[in-house]
Design a protein. Sequence first.
Length: 155
Amino acid sequence: MFLGHEEVRYRMLDEISMEIAAKQTLADLSVTTVRSVRQKVASLSGGQRQSIAVAKAVMRESKLVILDEPTAALGVSQTAQVLQLIKTLASRGIAVLLISHNLVDVFEVADRIAVMYLGTLVSSGPVEDYDASSAVDLITTGASARVTASMAKTS
């Protein structure tokens, strides 16, 4: 978790303080699936790896965390873990930009949605302005009668 930002004391790695900080950060984020902070990342599951990546951003006091398809290769329980982590970050005032084609995940954690079609932003707004069907219309065609109709009502 400290790669590139190692803590040094007397020109030696301060492994104890790094281990304490890593354990504390994971505990603060309610990550309980990582058994030891000394485990190699290569031995962790996909959900655990996502948790470590987010914890690294939190340790560096990031104001924005960008997650690109964070649940794409995960099972049900690991996906739930990552989505809970996103909610935890948001509750702490950390902005999370979730890039995903999994609309179930998006609608579970988003407060705003931005939809792109062929690399162009075609719609954005509060999640309440969308449903799965209108989002799919926008993603696949660049337009949605439902979103257009609901936006016309609010104008």
